[in-house]
Every structure is written in structure tokens, then in C-alpha cells.
Design a binder for this molecule. Sequence first.
Ligand SMILES: [Zn+2]
Length: 102
Amino acid sequence: MIVEIPKIIKIGALKATLEITPYAKCDDGYNGFFNQRTEVMGLDTTLGVGNRDRVLAHEITHMIDIDKECNLGEENISRIGNGWLEFLRDNLGIELDWSNIQ
Ligand SMILES: [Zn+2]
């Protein structure tokens, strides 16, 4: 099943407008960022499709971490992001459609 990624992502009280942007290297080594103040989530233009899914999951997990006050830390953010992405992809058969986000 192919699921369209929404342009605006909401997690609890947080909101982010998703953008593909050059030089989105603020989140160390992950080529993406979530800025709570500007409500922008940026993913780097150079990411391939698989990596883009992974960085999106990472940044959404940051939003969950902040909103739910988990204090997970960077490595655990990645582990949990990868885990729920694997659930969506490998168990539910969900493939992300990026056609609205360019
Ligand atoms: Zn991060």
C-alpha cells in the first residue's frame, strides 16, 4: 500500500511543515532537522529514497520525544525511528509516497 506523506505533520502540540531543502545537515549525521520554533522539518535534497524515509522517521521521533517528554537521546531516537519504520514497511506493507513533498 502506498501512502502519501502529508505536507504538515502533527504530533500532539507540535507541528512541522515538511520541506526538502539543500544543506539540511543540522541534525548531526542525519541530513535532516526539526525546528520547533519555526515549525519546519527539513530533509536534505541529496538523500536517496530509502534514506529519506529513515531520516523522516528519525525527525518524527524527535517530535514524539519532545511532545511526550521522553528524553531519548540521539541514538535511541534513531533506533526507535528505524523500528517503527520497519513495522510500517515490513509488517503493514506501507510504502511512502513523496510526490507531494518536493
Ligand atoms: Zn536527531
